[in-house]
Write a protein that binds this ligand. Structure first.
Ligand code: PLP
Length: 452
């Protein structure tokens, strides 16, 4: 690690901030007592500096949202400029930042998803998409996949298919989970990707019939599941899901909160399979998270439902000018700097080949998969049995040692259960990415030590 650009005053301020944090800040998804959060003193490009002044390469993009890196000068300038003009305005009033953000988003969303409802983040985008689907269809049930994440609010966390929903299970009705296509740990005993696709689609159709297609308003699916493991759907699966939702009159909601806005090497991950959902939720990368923003892109057909009928929903900050100005600048930066193509190139030429080499060289690496700047490494203690280095839903001392090794090598990694995710910014310089992967390999050596 390298100590640079940080003064002793900044370090002292950081220590004070840490003390105040422990006294007064209540953190997400934590037992508050033992939690010892990392202080960040500075961010720039693909780097963050911790409370001691150590410079770390950000391989996490925070919560996989800083798609154009930290402190992109054009995005920062746009926020400052907007703050000097109109810092806030009620959602019913037109403002140019919101109008232009909606135009730019609609110019990239697939098909006829050209109407944009703005929210504060991903969870409320999911809530509103489901509300729209229920009102549009007059039906109630929602299908979603196990091994998924859709947000932390009550409905969104219940739609979620991971252990974060367990504490909120009671009181959510009409949500039915299905098994996703996940070739590495097939729920269908499939030996090949083609078999996985066929069996996963058969399971989904059976479930639709057994639940009653006449009762199902929506099916929501991350186009590439993110926190749940970046398991890219096998060929044919997504087209099959689209077909089933059409066949049974179910609104198909593509959750692109994490996969969208270039992360997968396409503007939206559904583009990989050339499919158009009825609703698409976005957040995170839309403005690199510089100001909270999310939204729902709406098809013409669903828009028509609300042409004369009141849409019963809204937010004080829907289309907040600071957030929308940041979105305009982020999307323009992605266009001007050709960042979506760059994300694809980084995946095809640097991350993909290096991860394949990791799998060849390191017995702890069970599976590697991904696209663009959206990759996962699944760590196992035994490649035959695929026993994970941490059990589903938790961590393990072994996994914690691997993460600590990555940190010690100068990386800020993204880890979940038994996985390390390689999710840098779309504009990480090649040499920084290569250095980050070298550092990550040091952590894999630690993981190799646990193989039995
Ligand atoms: N949907 C997906 C696919 C996500 O990855 C997330 C957040 O990680 C959400 C929804 C929730 O977004 P937010 O945390 O902005 O509410």
């Amino acid at each position: 690690t390298e100590i640079s650009d940080i003064t002793s005053d900044q370090i002292a301020q950081g220590r004070r901030a840490h003390e105040l944090d422990r006294e007064h800040v209540f953190h997400s998804w934590q037992a508050q007592g033992p939690f010892n959060p990392m202080t960040v003193l500075k961010t720039e490009g693909s780097y963050v500096w911790d409370g001691e002044g150590n410079k770390l390469i950000d391989l996490s993009s925070q919560l996989v949202n800083t798609n154009v890196g930290h402190q992109h000068p054009k995005v920062v300038a746009a926020i400052v400029e907007q703050a000097g003009k109109i810092a806030t305005i009620a959602p019913q009033h037109v403002n140019d930042a919101r109008s232009e953000a909606a135009r730019l988003i609609a110019s990239h969303t697939p098909g006829d998803l050209d109407k944009i409802f703005f929210t504060n983040g991903g969870a409320d985008a999911v809530e509103h998409a489901v509300r729209m689907a229920r009102l549009h269809t007059g039906k109630h049930k929602v299908l979603s996949a196990y091994r998924s994440y859709h947000g932390g609010t009550h409905l969104a966390v219940n739609i979620t298919g991971d252990p974060r929903r367990f504490a909120s299970d009671a009181g959510a009705d009409g949500i039915v989970h299905f098994f996703p296509a996940y070739p590495y740990r097939s729920y269908f005993g499939a030996a090949t990707e083609a078999e996985e696709t066929e069996r996963a689609l058969k399971h989904l159709e059976d479930l639709i019939i057994l639940e009653g297609a006449g009762n199902i308003a929506a099916l929501i699916l991350e186009s590439i599941p993110g926190t749940a493991g970046i398991y890219v759907p096998p060929a044919g699966y997504m087209a099959g899901v689209r077909e089933l939702t059409r066949k049974y009159g179910i609104v198909y909601i593509a959750d692109e909160v994490m996969a969208g806005f270039g992360r997968s090497g396409e503007w939206f991950a559904v583009n990989h399979w050339d499919i158009t959902p009825d609703l698409l939720t976005f957040a995170k990368g839309v403005n690199s998270g510089y100001v909270p923003l999310g939204g729902v892109a709406i098809s013409q057909e669903i828009f028509e439902t609300f042409r004369e009928r009141v849409y019963p929903g809204g937010l004080t900050y829907s289309g907040h000018p600071l957030a929308c100005a940041a979105a305009v600048a982020t999307i323009k930066a992605m266009e001007d700097e050709d960042l979506v193509a760059n994300a694809k190139r980084l995946g095809d030429e640097i991350i993909g080949p290096r991860l394949a080499q990791f799998k060849a060289d390191h017995p702890s690496v069970g599976d590697v998969r991904g696209t663009g700047v959206f990759w996962a490494i699944e760590l196992v203690v035994n490649r035959e049995t695929r026993e994970p280095l941490a059990a589903y839903g938790g961590s393990s001392p072994e996994m914690n040692q691997v993460i600590a090794a990555a940190r010690a090598a100068g990386l800020l990694p993204f880890a979940n259960f038994n996985r390390l995710h390689v999710v840098p910014a779309m504009n990480i310089p090649d040499e920084v990415l290569i250095e980050a992967l070298d550092k990550l390999e040091q952590a894999l050596l630690v993981a190799d030590g646990f193989v039995k």
